[in-house]
Design a protein around this ligand. Sequence first.
Ligand SMILES: [Zn+2]
Ligand SMILES: [Zn+2]
Length: 93
Amino acid sequence: MSQTIALSKCLIHTAREAVARCPQCRQFFCRECITEHGGRVLCAPCLAKQARTANETGKLAWIRLPVAASAAFLLLWMVLFQAARFISTSGAD
Ligand SMILES: [Zn+2]
Ligand SMILES: [Zn+2]
């Protein structure tokens, strides 16, 4: 708890002094390992993790959209089909 940045070493480069602390994993990192991303300072592993999560979310959205569209289309088609059949059967009599 009393650990300070000045006394800390980089988690990856143990010989280097840490310059910043990652707010996500709370580990200390040197200048090379820490990067600013979207106004936030993140370490390389956390940045990679975040990029991967964003990628997966984007991929899921890509899958979801056509599925939702075809489900809506199928529902609409079924309603129209039933309506058409109802009209044709009632019209024949
Ligand atoms: Zn981190
Ligand atoms: Zn480092």
